[in-house]
Design a protein around this ligand. Structure first.
Ligand code: ZN
Length: 406
């Protein structure tokens, strides 16, 4: 947040420049996972790096190694990392009876709950060993991985970093162990390398949630769908806001549905902001965007948006109506509407802040900060903000539903 304030002066100047979606790059998401801990020697070292880098990971913990390491577990949970189960004593579950598997999972869960107060732990079977019977007996979502740089062998830290970076992909789950020096030493290089390639780190639960996957008991997950796939279901979290927007005629669907997971286009964005703003008349003093036909459904809204500075043109003066609006861009547009209406005053001492705020473009800082200072934070933004992801229609509905309730 400090950084946001520091850049305020720059943002004021920059907000006069053209808003363009050309530079938008949706965040690539990836999950770091650590198996076999807690280790009194290496787990704190891993947590040091995660805390310094403001990255959350998922830890698959072995039940019988928890006693004596309670403080490490509490630190892990307090930092926002996901706590998960690697069974009680790290044996191959295919060798156990159903009852033995269930006891191993239940004992570990009970111990994890006793220490952290959490419940509902995802499970990773030791060695990834499983069968349909084992998955059924586990009775929780089963998480494997898509990147394993060591493949069960001892590999030096530098090589772990190199292989992990070369095999990483959007939606991926990276397997590491917080039980060896090589793994602990590799964490920083992996985080820096993936950050520089445009990845954001999230827990496994968050990765699946953001990609529209509801983890099911007894089902195996190796990774999440890449961006843009399976996104339609992510709309359901905003169903109340969607209903309000639809009931009031602010955001309507087309013949085939409301499409909560679809990106909001610039034409749709100006239309809904114009409706929410009271369908204000444009006085026609500004020429319309050259690429907006008089007959377009959004023509009046576009003229109004241009006249009132809610939407500025692309570099060549065009509107580019079908281009999607990024999350930071929509905040900027809403902040400009709020300013026109005189209701952009600060309402909270604790505006939302996220570890990836450094990715917010300079021209968008003021707009994002204005909306946050007015008191908005999305229910859908749990761990990161994703400023350059497209705004989905569900996300637009949520923030507008909040705005009209002010
Ligand atoms: Zn293991």
């Amino acid at each position: 947040m400090k950084k946001l304030f520091r850049c305020l002066a720059i943002a004021l100047a920059a907000s006069l420049t053209i808003v363009s979606v050309a530079a938008a790059r949706p965040a690539k998401l990836i999950a770091l996972t650590f198996d076999d801990g807690p280790s009194p020697e290496y787990t704190p070292q891993v947590l040091d790096v995660l805390e310094r880098k403001q990255v959350n990971a998922t830890f698959f913990l072995v039940g019988r190694w928890l006693s004596g390491n309670e403080a490490i577990l509490r630190r892990m949970a307090a930092g926002g990392n996901q706590i998960a189960s690697h069974t009680w004593d790290h044996v191959e579950l295919t060798e156990l009876s159903d009852r033995e598997i269930q006891k191993s999972v239940a004992d570990t869960a009970a111990k994890l709950t006793e220490i952290t107060g959490q419940t509902g732990f995802m499970v990773r079977p030791p060695y990834g060993s499983r069968s349909p019977r084992v998955l059924q007996a586990i009775g929780a979502p089963v998480i494997l991985w898509s990147v394993d740089a060591a493949a069960g062998k001892t590999v030096p830290a530098k090589e772990l970093v190199r292989r992990t970076l070369s095999r990483a992909s959007d939606g991926g789950i990276i397997l590491l162990h917080d039980t060896t020096a090589a793994n602990a030493d590799a964490v920083e290089g992996i985080i820096d390398g993936l950050h520089s390639r445009g990845y954001e780190f999230v827990t496994v639960a968050e990765l699946l949630r953001l990609r529209g996957v509801s983890p099911q008991s007894g089902v195996l997950y190796r990774k999440a769908p890449a961006a843009g796939k399976g996104a339609e279901t992510s709309g359901t979290w905003a169903s109340g806001a969607i209903r309000t927007m639809a009931d009031r005629g602010y955001m309507t669907g087309d013949g085939s549905g409301w499409h909560p997971g679809r990106a909001l286009s610039r034409a749709q964005a100006v239309t809904v902001l114009w409706r929410v703003g009271g369908r204000m008349a444009e006085n026609g003093s500004e020429p319309a965007f050259p690429d907006v036909p008089q007959s377009a459904y959004y023509a009046r809204a576009a003229a109004w948006a241009r006249e009132n500075g809610v939407l500025r043109g692309e570099k060549d003066g065009s509107m580019n109506p079908n281009a999607p609006v990024t999350r930071e861009e929509f905040y900027v547009m809403l902040a400009r509407l709020a300013r026109r209406k005189g209701n952009d005053g600060a309402r909270t001492d604790k505006p939302a802040a996220y570890p990836d705020d450094a990715r917010i473009d300079r021209w968008a800082l003021l707009g994002v900060e204005t909306v946050r200072n007015m008191g908005f934070s999305s229910r859908n933004d749990v761990e990161i903000f994703r400023p350059r992801d497209w705004t989905t229609r569900a996300e637009a509905a949520e923030v507008l539903n909040w705005y009209i309730g002010l």
